[in-house]
Design a protein around this ligand. Structure first.
Ligand SMILES: NC(=O)c1ccc[n+]([C@@H]2O[C@H](COP(=O)([O-])OP(=O)(O)OC[C@H]3O[C@@H](n4cnc5c(N)ncnc54)[C@H](OP(=O)(O)O)[C@@H]3O)[C@@H](O)[C@H]2O)c1
Length: 345
């Protein structure tokens, strides 16, 4: 067999399906693909490299030592239970849930920012929160150039960030409202169609939501700046795919908007679209289905001497989840960690 035995856990989900298609489109060296989900989707088939692959029901016996790599995207409780089982068999796990992200010793990786956090010994690797990934891709190059002193972010997050059921809920609500029928929210705490909700995940004692504190804590961990001041307000908006963020930073050194634009234009994974006079700036509809982190509206913050404001948009299911996970897998392969453990297959 040529290539690695790779599994996707949560293959039928919004992120899992994209993991499968991105493994294929980026030609990751997959010798055999295994797909896992709950009994709800077991038996369904997804296409990979022109062949149908059947989804298997995930059980404690699902993983075998001949699997090289598992991409997990089935929620935190599945990851907590199953990722250690996989690691005990010597399998690399790239986990898309929040289960392991802040665990000391578990690498939390955005390949454009901290690929050096990967090591052959750390078999469980955490994929950061979607809003955090796209933000740090833009923050890190600015930090290297002029050092961040403070980050203030407000997000405008798409419904697909809450999975397949959430997409259906917004579509159903739009249809109900058009038909004059009553809307009953289930996934979101309120009607999302024609609305926005300033709550993502549960509230904590400090008045922030869990999603907001993920952005604070994960940004610090990925950038290796444990006390960087970060404050976030996370808002769900009636957009299907791609999260948007209004970011304002204070820098240690002055940085003109033009210089920031050049730095970001050279940054890996980032594309600058910033011609406001021509009405050109990033928007969710143009970012959906694409890989880049789009940055625009770059300008000096007039309220602060070394302040800079900008707008960041990216596909939450791709760079915010599936693509970043596959890029981590590519790093493991390029660094020789995958093949050196097994000698490949
Ligand atoms: N959506 C995003 O933008 C995004 C971004 C970053 C991270 N994440 C994280 O990625 C994970 C998946 O998100 P999603 O949006 O793809 O959710 P989703 O569309 O609801 O998909 C969930 C997947 O998990 C599977 N699953 C659920 N319970 C399971 C169980 N007990 N055993 C095996 N499989 C099980 C589901 O299988 P069935 O089809 O059989 O139910 C489905 O394949 C979550 O941890 C989420 O926080 C999502």
């Amino acid at each position: 067999m040529k290539g690695f035995q790779v599994g996707v856990v949560g293959a039928s989900g919004a992120v899992g399906r994209r993991m499968v298609s991105i493994l294929e489109s980026r030609r990751f060296p997959v010798g055999r693909l295994r797909l896992f989900a709950s009994e709800r989707s077991a038996g369904q088939r997804l296409e990979f490299a022109g062949e149908p692959v059947e989804i298997e029901r995930l059980t404690p016996e699902s993983f075998t030592p001949d699997i090289d790599l598992l991409l997990f995207s089935a929620g935190a409780s599945v990851s907590r239970e199953y990722a250690p089982r996989a690691a005990a068999l010597g399998i690399f796990v790239v986990d898309n849930s929040s289960a392991w992200r802040m665990e000391p010793g578990i690498p939390l990786v955005v390949p454009e920012v901290n690929p050096e956090a990967l090591s052959p010994e750390s078999l469980i690797i955490a994929n950061p929160n979607c809003s955090t990934i796209q933000m740090v891709c833009a923050l890190y190059p600015l930090h290297r150039a002029a050092r961040l002193r403070r980050v203030v972010v407000s997000t405008y997050q798409a419904v697909s960030g809450a999975g397949q059921k959430a997409i259906r809920e917004m579509e159903d609500q739009l249809e109900s409202l058009r038909g004059g029928r009553e809307v009953k929210p289930a996934v979101f705490p309120h009607q999302i169609a024609f609305n926005l909700i300033p709550q993502i995940d549960l509230f904590l004692d400090n008045g922030y939501t869990k999603e907001e504190m993920k952005m604070v804590n994960e940004t610090r961990k990925i950038m290796g700046e444990p006390s960087l001041p970060v404050t976030a307000t996370c808002v769900r908006v009636p957009v299907l795919v791609a999260h948007s963020e209004a970011v304002t930073v204070d820098l240690e050194k002055p940085l003109e908007a033009g210089a920031a634009r050049e730095i970001l234009a050279r940054a890996p994974g980032v594309e600058v679209i910033d011609a406001p006079e021509a009405g050109r700036y990033p928007m969710p509809l143009m970012a959906a289905g694409r890989d880049a982190v789009y940055v625009g509206r770059i300008r000096r913050d007039l309220s602060s001497p070394n302040g800079l404001s900008f707008w960041v948009v990216s596909d939450n299911l791709r760079k915010g989840a599936a693509l970043n996970a596959v890029q981590i897998a590519e790093c493991l392969f390029q660094k020789g960690f995958l093949s050196s453990r097994r000698g490949g297959h």
